[in-house]
Design a protein around this ligand. Structure first.
Ligand code: ATP
Ligand code: ATP
Ligand code: CA
Length: 220
């Protein structure tokens, strides 16, 4: 099933979304004010047009109303991003995803009804920071302001021990929700307390950030 998307703003972020959606076989309308940006996406997106998204008449002419999900990836021009989002909302777009530049921008976007607000630079910075703290941290996903899920390589100290031996829940207040086993290439969901950790195993751990932070330091 083909779904229709529009990406407004073809910088690195919007451009990358546009490429990936197109490669996945989705219909994408790509929009930017800059001619060279639009030319870059002519052969990638289903349609690429030069247009100013802050112009309501232009949005209507493009038939944006019929598009299911619009991604607003206008960067530095916060005013244009807010105005565009507001008009898309007024036009009744089903789903609007917007890239925010900062926390104030995010607050405004949420107030005017953006369905999803993303902070790619901030979030990627945070994820990378966690993998820098410990080489064992493979990924970090924020659940809320103070809870996360992390993917960690089993540290040397863990190999051959069971979850009971390590007593991660009592010692660090974190829960191991799954273990990816390298040996049989399987994911053990909700592992038993008697599960032994082998070399190469990857643990998926959920917990409060302060607890995960102590656990990360133990892994170093
Ligand atoms: P990135 O970091 O993703 O490369 P950025 O956050 O630095 O991008 P900008 O380069 O400021 O963001 O903007 C992204 C794109 O949005 C640019 O190509 C710009 O031309 C386009 N853009 C800005 N304003 C509008 C507008 N009103 N309508 C359509 N496109 C716009
Ligand atoms: P981001 O998308 O992460 O916000 P960016 O990729 O658009 O950033 P810039 O805004 O050009 O990149 O640069 C990021 C920061 O690096 C800016 O705060 C800028 O002041 C700083 N910076 C740029 N050049 C230098 C330099 N030579 N020495 C120190 N700081 C620099
Ligand atoms: Ca940027």
């Amino acid at each position: 099933m083909k779904r229709e998307f529009a990406v407004i703003g073809l910088g690195r972020f919007g451009g990358s979304i546009c490429k990936e959606l197109s490669e996945e076989g989705m219909e994408v309308l790509a929009i930017d004010t800059e001619e060279d940006k639009v030319n870059e996406y002519k052969n990638i997106a289903s349609h690429a047009v030069i247009a100013d998204a802050t112009d309501e008449k232009v949005l209507k002419e493009l038939g944006i109303r019929n598009i299911d999900h619009v991604i607003v990836a206008i960067g530095d021009n916060i005013q244009a991003s807010i105005l565009t989002t507001l008009m898309l909302k007024e036009l009744g777009i089903n789903k609007i995803t917007v890239k925010a530049q900062n926390d104030y921008h995010e607050k405004v976007l949420k107030k005017i009804g953006a369905d999803q607000v993303v902070h790619p630079e901030r979030d990627m910075g945070r994820r990378i920071a966690h993998s820098i703290i410990s080489n064992n941290i493979l990924d970090h996903l924020e659940l809320s302001d103070d809870h996360s899920i992390v993917e960690v390589k089993a540290g040397k100290k863990m190999i051959g021990q069971t979850l009971v031996d390590l007593d991660i829940r009592a010692n660090y207040g974190c829960n191991v929700v799954a273990i990816k086993q390298e040996q049989n290439n399987e994911i053990n969901v909700s592992p038993m307390a008697t599960e032994t950790i082998d070399s190469g195993d990857i643990l998926i751990v959920i917990g409060a950030d302060k607890d995960i932070s102590r656990f990360e330091k133990y892994l170093v």
